[in-house]
Design a protein around this ligand. Structure first.
Ligand code: OSB
Ligand code: MG
Length: 368
């Protein structure tokens, strides 16, 4: 692919409003924008989606920078590739660190699509021209949750996800259902429960939820299969699935009926597509998750969600869900509940240079 240079930009922005989960509250977001440039001066962009602290996965912005700087970029420099899928294979010689891998791998996909004068969506096999958009409600009280739902409904979102935990589940969902009996609603527990809570979780069958996401711990593949047999509500796995093999095992065990695919969590677009293809062949529903990310990662998610198996609205929301001003132009918008899949080459969005400057913390260049 004739890579000439790579730049890593670390950026930081406050969220428009605090994002509450039982694991902590996110008020500002650091992120890594990965820029690859080839010898013809064509650019590709990816985004490292690890957080500043390891609350969601074990990676952080700092560990990602270390792995990119000292391991992955040198590996790519020493092993020139012709296609992004070779990067995915090359990076398999490094254990885990999936978000660092994905940031670089996805930049290579964008570059590859641009070189082929094709949109990223179509180069990976996407078929949709628009994506049904869902949104997450992560409030600190029922009053705020209801207010957020009202706003998001007026903005056209088609599916609503609410964060729950054992001290805020039945009562919150009951109150939402009292106001919105037919709202397309799901809950995300981010591993707040154990199998001892099985009766609490069964009670949530009362609310006709589309699914419950990651109720049990990350490694509880067996426990999720026990739980799923007891629940009418479909279980969706998020944190538990960090590879194709995890997805295969979870499906074989009956640990879930739905999978949330996030390219960052599974080391990039190639692995994400592999999981999609496996699920599609077996009629397992998938949707594309979110990471409170910037527009670069959102744009990759849009391309991914254009694949035919992404049959459920995911956490692909507009730039203005989290940001006063995103780092891409044009910004991502939701129109009548849908995000349009760009038809321009590559991601179909450019960096907003001015906004990037305003939010830049550090920058690091690598010459090939
Ligand atoms: O569990 O899906 C999750 C955000 C950050 C980390 C993990 C999760 C989330 C979300 C919001 O639920 C996703 C988004 O809309 O960006
Ligand atoms: Mg989740």
């Amino acid at each position: 692919m004739n890579i000439d240079a790579i730049q890593l930009y670390v950026i930081k922005m406050p969220l428009k409003s605090p994002f509450h989960t039982h694991l902590g509250t996110v008020t500002e977001r650091e992120g890594i924008i990965v820029e690859v440039r080839d010898s013809d001066g064509i650019f590709g962009y990816g985004e490292g989606v690890a957080f500043s602290t390891p609350w969601y996965t074990e990676e952080t912005v700092k560990t990602s920078l270390h792995i990119l700087t000292d391991i992955l970029i040198p590996l790519l420099k020493a092993n020139p590739i012709e296609h992004p899928k070779e990067a995915s294979a090359l990076f398999q010689t490094v254990r885990r660190n999936n978000m660092a891998k994905a940031g670089l791998e996805m930049a290579l996909w964008d570059l590859y699509a641009k070189r082929n004068l094709t949109s990223l969506a179509s180069i990976i096999g996407g078929t949709r021209v628009k994506i049904a958009s869902g949104v997450v409600v992560a409030a600190d009280s029922i009053v705020h949750a209801l207010r957020q739902i009202e706003t998001f409904l007026s903005e056209g979102y088609q599916r609503f996800k609410i964060k729950i935990n054992p001290s805020q589940d039945y009562s919150v969902l009951a109150e939402i259902r009292r106001h919105y009996p037919d709202l397309p609603l799901m809950a995300d527990a981010n591993s707040a429960y154990t199998l001892k809570d099985i009766d609490r979780l069964k009670a949530l069958d009362d609310f006709n939820l589309l699914m419950i996401e990651q109720p049990l711990d990350v490694d509880d593949i067996v426990e999720h299969s026990i739980l799923q047999k007891e629940l009418a509500t479909p279980v969706c796995l998020d944190e538990s699935i960090v590879s194709f093999e995890d997805a295969r095992k979870a499906i074989e065990l009956g640990s879930c009926k739905v999978i949330n695919i996030k390219p960052g969590r599974v080391a990039g677009l190639f692995e994400a597509k592999k999981i999609h293809d496996y699920c599609y062949e077996r009629g397992i529903q998938v949707w594309c998750g979110g990471m409170i990310e910037y527009g670069v990662s959102k744009a990759h998610n849009i391309a991914l969600a254009s694949l035919p198996g992404f049959t459920l609205p995911g956490d692909i929301s507009a730039s203005n869900r989290f940001w006063d001003e995103d780092i891409i132009t044009p910004e991502i918008t939701v129109d009548n509940g849908y995000v349009t899949v760009p038809s321009q080459d590559g991601l179909g969005f450019s960096l907003n240079e001015k906004r990037m400057k305003d939010v830049l913390l550090t920058k690091k260049a690598f010459r090939f």
